[in-house]
Design a protein around this ligand. Structure first.
Ligand SMILES: Nc1ncnc2c1ncn2[C@@H]1O[C@H](COP(=O)(O)OP(=O)(O)OP(=O)(O)O)[C@@H](O)[C@H]1O
Length: 629
């Protein structure tokens, strides 16, 4: 938990995977990631086809290696039988060794071949594992970023996200366990084949010996999985507390307000609950193990007793019995490994199933692609009796945040939204930008004559630039932080600089040690820390760079000084006048809406009044809501 690159805790108690021992590619974050081109497929069927192509758990060369290894092992066991036959036969020691020499050579050669084939199989697995993990991780990230924002509000979806987070790692491990399972199965078949040839009773006895450990492994893994699901959110909350102690955003309060001991105490309580659960699981595993060992021991006694009886009764000679002991030992070890690997495979497959469920769920909650095209030259966006309730709102009859809102955003105008805290201004622009849609059965948002519900959402997003209070500070360079406004295009440095000059972020740029290429992320080598006001200018530059038809600015000047604030409002006015952009301005500063063409006043999720500044200030035309605000 030491920073953004720290591996998440694995609630299943596995140690995080260590980094490669070999010289590895530079793991540092890429401060200038390649911005995807239009048509890049992240949520597409092509992506899924790619995944399936690479997700086969074993490769043909690997299967051939394993089959070859099994044959070598069986031949080796038969050769051991021959060696024992010669050694236990009559004659001098030299004669017996001489006769056993060819069989001994076969044993050595088969052991050598087995090693070679095992190593080929390990190399094939090693190549496949990272590929599967990458494809699965890409699929996970590709699907979850395309989901409707309503999924973000859904606790159940978050629980699924938490559980599925381990699916990509599990998919990787599935490869290893598949190989090990194949490995053990081949060894077992070799040993079982030899045992069947030696005596028919030996094989069922071998199976009997291993059944108890199979049962115990399955029981323990099932318990662990149930516990993981019960504790997945608990683990996430514990991880979050750990992060809060190390995060730079919380650093000042943690120290000055002394929040550290409070967080630590909380963390300890949560960790102790986890510890109790681990202890409970360990005790349960111990009890199950004890029962399984007792049953396994009895079965082993039975097996060797049967072997003794066969020898005693003369049904088997000593050399065959010796080979049988070796085959039983090798077969029992293989069966044990097989059971263990199948159990692990079963456990990992449950996590992969969570992962697949998440992928299915994410697909059903994906923002739909396609829809009606928006008008080329938009005249206005009009809300008609729009009611909106946040998904996941609690209560039997959840309260809508917006109620029967009717208002217009005419193209090329400056429209201000004002109202007290919580009146619904930010929610309204979330609907305007297409993030959310009106409640089913409520009114409509019209983009001229196109209903936002049936409109092509990608087109709708493309028409909007957002400059919200909490716009994202991307941990990339200055260039990317502005250029990401148009992620479908290669970044044009001249346009970045022009946007910076527009917003006043050129002054920020002038002070940066590496200009456009300065990394705006403290905590990484060469990372630079910008102030709140400086970030706000960068955010405005980003919105300007986006060149969308509708620019939504939500409290754009809260972190700016008075001069900078005046400058931003002048520029916003200039934007509307020169580029024909529609500006939707949310602000609490009434003097800054003086120049708006239209002001909508919101109160408790409803439109209280609309008009120009003069109309609203006039007692004859205004209701007083604006004047009182
Ligand atoms: N994601 C959400 N889920 C549930 N309720 C929300 C969510 N976001 C906002 N709300 C609720 O919706 C109401 C309106 O919030 P909104 O942020 O739209 O108000 P606002 O007018 O922009 O407020 P402010 O001036 O304080 O920014 C509030 O009661 C808030 O608690």
């Amino acid at each position: 938990m030491s920073g953004p690159a720290a591996a998440p805790p694995d609630p299943r108690g596995r140690a995080p995977q260590s980094r490669h021992q070999d010289p590895a590619p530079d793991p540092a974050p890429d401060p200038e990631p390649t911005i995807p081109r239009p048509g890049d497929k992240t949520c597409s069927s092509e992506f899924r086809r790619h995944h399936h192509r690479h997700a086969k758990p074993t490769r043909p060369d690997q299967e051939r290696s394993e089959a070859g290894r099994g044959i070598a092992q069986a031949v080796g066991l038969v050769a051991v039988n021959s060696v024992l036959g010669h050694i236990l036969a009559g004659g001098s020691t030299n004669e017996r060794l001489g006769q056993a020499l060819p069989a001994l050579t076969v044993v050595a050669v088969t052991a050598f071949l087995g090693s070679l084939l095992r190593s080929a199989s390990t190399a094939a697995t090693g190549a496949l594992e990272p590929k599967v993990q990458r494809v699965a991780t890409e699929q996970y990230l590709g699907l979850v970023h395309c989901k409707e924002p309503s999924a973000i509000e859904d606790d159940e979806f978050h629980r699924l996200l938490d559980a599925a987070r381990y699916g990509a790692d599990s998919a990787r491990r599935v490869i290893r366990y598949c190989t090990n399972t194949l490995n053990a199965a081949v060894s077992l078949i070799a040993a079982a084949g030899v045992l069947t040839v030696l005596h028919t009773v030996l094989l069922p006895l071998l199976v009997l010996m291993t059944l108890p450990s199979a049962w115990s492994s399955l029981m323990i893994s099932r318990q662990k999985y149930i516990s993981f699901h019960a504790f997945v959110q608990h683990a996430r909350a514990g991880h979050l507390l750990g992060q809060l102690l190390t995060q730079k955003e919380a650093a000042a309060e943690v120290r000055v307000h002394g929040v550290g001991p409070f967080l630590l105490g909380h963390f300890r309580t949560m960790a102790e609950t986890s510890e109790r659960e681990q202890t409970r699981l360990a005790r349960r595993a111990a009890r199950i193990g004890l029962v399984a060992d007792g049953a396994g021991g009895t079965a082993t006694l039975l097996t060797y007793g049967a072997l003794g009886l066969l020898l005693w009764g003369g049904a088997m000679d000593l050399a065959v019995a010796g080979t049988a002991v070796l085959a039983i030992r090798s077969g029992a070890a293989s069966l044990d490994t097989l059971v263990l690997q199948i159990t692990e495979l079963h456990q990992e497959s449950l996590f992969v199933a969570d992962f697949e469920q998440l992928c299915r769920e994410a697909r059903t909650r994906a923002i739909p692609s396609g829809g009606h095209a928006l008008p080329e030259r938009l005249r206005e966006v009009r809300f008609e009796k729009v009611t909106f309730t946040y998904p996941g709102s609690t209560g039997t009859t959840p309260e809508p945040t917006l109620r029967e809102v009717s208002l217009a955003f005419p193209t090329g105008k400056i429209i201000a939204l004002v109202g007290e805290n919580g009146s619904g201004k930010s929610t309204l622009v979330k609907l305007l930008s297409g993030l959310y849609l009106p409640d089913e059965g409520s009114g409509t948002i019209w983009w001229d004559d196109v209903d936002a519900r049936t409109a092509d959402r990608d087109q709708l997003f493309a028409r909007v630039a957002l400059m919200s209070q909490d716009f994202y500070h991307w941990p990339f360079t200055y260039r990317v932080n502005v250029g990401i406004g148009q992620p479908g295009q290669a970044i044009d440095d001249d346009a970045v600089e022009a946007a910076a000059a527009f917003s006043g972020a050129d002054a920020v740029l002038a002070d940066l040690p590496r200009g456009l290429g300065t990394l705006l992320a403290r905590g990484y080598r060469g990372g630079h820390q910008s102030s709140g006001g400086q970030w706000q200018r960068i955010g405005i530059a980003r919105a300007k760079y986006r060149q969308a038809e509708i620019l939504i600015v939500d409290e754009p000047t809260s972190a700016l000084d008075a001069v900078a604030e005046q400058r931003v409002f002048d520029q916003i006015r200039a934007l509307a006048a020169t580029t024909g952009q529609t500006i939707v301005l949310i602000t609490h500063r009434l003097h800054s809406v003086r120049h708006a063409d239209l002001i909508h006043v919101l109160k408790d999720g409803r439109v209280a009044e609309s008009g120009t500044f003069e109309e609203l200030m006039d007692a004859a035309t205004g209701t007083g809501d604006f004047r009182d605000a």
